[in-house]
Design a protein around this ligand. Structure first.
Ligand SMILES: [Zn+2]
Length: 327
């Protein structure tokens, strides 16, 4: 993942942190909260660089030994705590406090990052609260969480809360492309999830490309009428409705494609995701009135939301495909 694009990924957060540096109003504890995939941890590392960088500028230079050691996770003044078996334990908080009491630490600021602070257990939280109540000069904590509702109010009230918002789609697409995927794939994945890690995980499923092909086939057959859709689907893709995860992903891709047809119908071609499918999309968008296309989209979404509780998936799929085929 491109590390230097933190400024573009979370511009408002970086601005806020820079301002508190400039005005010398640094908090002793920050709470970074937001959905998974909003780069809270990467931003915490970036902020640690800002705090420890030798250059005068507020923007970390990425060149000095401090910036480099922070990035590699080997700076003695940076201490990172991560959940151990899904839990942050008292011993981990004590180790953090002991570490910062050592004389081997270099002069200057000290930074600790606690990842997923919502997983902290009660006795660890009590130790941490004491640490937060008696702030030591030059020590700054960055706590991150995907779920602020699960945090003790006492932790929230002792921190400056920094909200992270979903990343811009273009950033997500760029990150997925950085991981080696082409334009079309990156666009499709970025529209399935806002979380780059999750997108890469979806892409690594061995059946992902097969599902993409299946979706393209379904719409091609609708456009050409070359064979009955239900017959084609049951002959070639019955595996999809036998696996709930596969089914959910398939329906996500199907709805994406359907939205493309609706975008085309309304003249909004800029938002089309499957750009390599323009010809088929154009044919389909001319075939039915807009309301019909929207009804079909609703049927897809409705099937997707119910699929995990379905008993007769085949029947549900047959009904959906027959609806799509109706002229
Ligand atoms: Zn630097």
């Amino acid at each position: 993942m491109a590390f230097d694009n933190i400024r573009q990924s979370q511009p408002r957060v970086v601005q806020l942190l820079e301002n508190s540096m400039k005005k010398d109003r640094l908090s002793h504890a920050y709470l970074f909260e937001g959905e998974p995939g909003t780069k809270k941890f990467q931003t915490a590392i970036y902020f640690a660089q800002m705090l420890l960088c030798k250059a005068e500028d507020n923007k970390p230079c990425q060149q000095c030994s401090n910036c480099r050691r922070v990035k590699q996770g080997i700076h003695p003044n940076l201490y990172i705590v991560e959940p151990d078996n899904n839990m942050i334990k008292k011993q981990q908080i004590q180790d953090l406090q002991n570490e910062f009491a050592k004389t081997s630490i270099e002069p200057g600021k000290k930074v600790y990052i606690i990842k997923d602070i919502d997983t902290i257990n009660v006795s660890a939280a009590n130790s941490l609260l004491k640490f937060l109540e008696e702030p030591y000069p030059g020590i700054h904590g960055i706590l991150t969480t995907n779920n602020i509702n699960r945090l003790l109010p006492t932790i929230i009230s002792r921190s400056q809360v920094v909200q992270f918002h979903a990343l811009n789609k273009d950033i997500i697409i760029a990150d997925i492309k950085d991981a080696g995927y082409d334009d079309e794939m990156a666009r499709v994945l970025a529209h399935i999830t806002n979380n780059v890690d999750e997108a890469l995980q979806v892409a690594s499923q061995e059946y992902f490309l097969d599902l993409l092909d299946a979706v393209r086939d379904v719409f091609r057959i609708l456009a050409t009428g070359e064979m009955p859709l239900v017959l084609y689907f049951n002959q070639n893709h019955s595996i999809i409705y036998q696996d709930k995860d596969m089914s959910v992903l398939f329906l996500s891709l199907l709805t994406l494609y359907q939205k493309d047809i609706i975008h085309h119908r309304t003249g909004d071609t800029l938002h089309i995701v499957f750009r390599d499918q323009m010809e088929t999309i154009a044919i389909l968008s001319d075939m039915k009135p807009k309301n019909r296309l929207i009804d079909e989209l609703e049927s897809m979404l409705s099937l997707k939301s119910r699929i995990r509780s379905y008993i007769n998936e085949r029947l549900a799929y047959d009904n959906l495909l027959l609806e799509l085929e109706r002229r």
